[in-house]
Design a protein around this ligand. Structure first.
Ligand SMILES: Nc1nc2c(c(=O)[nH]1)N=C([C@H](O)[C@H](O)COP(=O)(O)OP(=O)(O)OP(=O)(O)O)CN2
Ligand SMILES: [Zn+2]
Length: 122
C-alpha cells in the first residue's frame, strides 16, 4: 500500500459557535492542510496519483474557503467552523473529487496553528 501526502494552506476568518471564550469572536487563521491518499496501484510512470493533481484539486477546493468568512459559507451555516469540521468537510469533498476504485482519501489534517491540528478519517 502506498500513502501520498501533500501540504497546502488557506487563510480565512471564523468564529466558533456554541463556544464560550475568545474564539466565539471573529478572528482568523492561516490554516495548513495536509491531505493523504492511499492506493495499491501505480501507473506506468510509477505514480499512485500525480502530486500535481492532488495539489490542484485540493487548492481548487481551498479557493472556495480562502479569504472568506467561513461562518457565512454553506457548509458552515449550521455547523461550527472548527478545525474538526473543516477537516471533515474537506475529507468528504475531496473524496467526491479524487476517490475511485484505486485511490482512497485516507485523512485530512487541518492545522490552525503550528501547535494544534484536527484530523478526519473514516
Ligand atoms: N478542538 C478544537 N479546539 C479549538 C478550536 C478548534 O477548531 N478545535 N479552535 C479554537 C479557536 O479557533 C481559536 O482560534 C484557537 O486559537 P489558539 O491560537 O489555539 O488560541 P489561543 O491563542 O488562545 O492559544 P493559547 O495557546 O491558548 O494562547 C479554540 N479551540
Ligand atoms: Zn479560530
Amino acid at each position: 500500500m502506498f500513502r501520498l501526502t501533500i501540504h497546502t494552506a488557506f487563510a480565512a476568518a471564523h468564529n466558533l459557535i456554541n463556544y464560550q471564550g475568545d474564539c466565539e469572536n471573529l478572528h482568523g487563521h492561516n490554516w495548513k492542510v495536509e491531505v493523504s491518499v492511499t492506493t495499491n496501484e501505480l501507473d506506468k510512470a510509477g505514480l499512485g496519483i500525480d502530486f500535481k493533481i492532488l495539489k490542484r484539486e485540493t487548492n481548487t477546493l481551498l479557493k472556495t474557503l480562502d479569504h472568506k468568512y467561513l461562518n457565512e459559507l454553506p457548509p458552515f451555516l449550521e455547523v461550527s467552523p472548527s478545525s474538526e469540521n473543516i477537516a471533515r468537510y474537506l475529507y468528504h469533498e475531496l473524496t467526491k473529487i479524487l476517490g475511485s476504485d484505486k485511490v482512497k482519501v485516507e485523512m485530512v489534517t487541518v492545522w490552525e496553528s503550528d501547535f494544534a491540528a484536527a484530523s478526519y478519517y473514516e
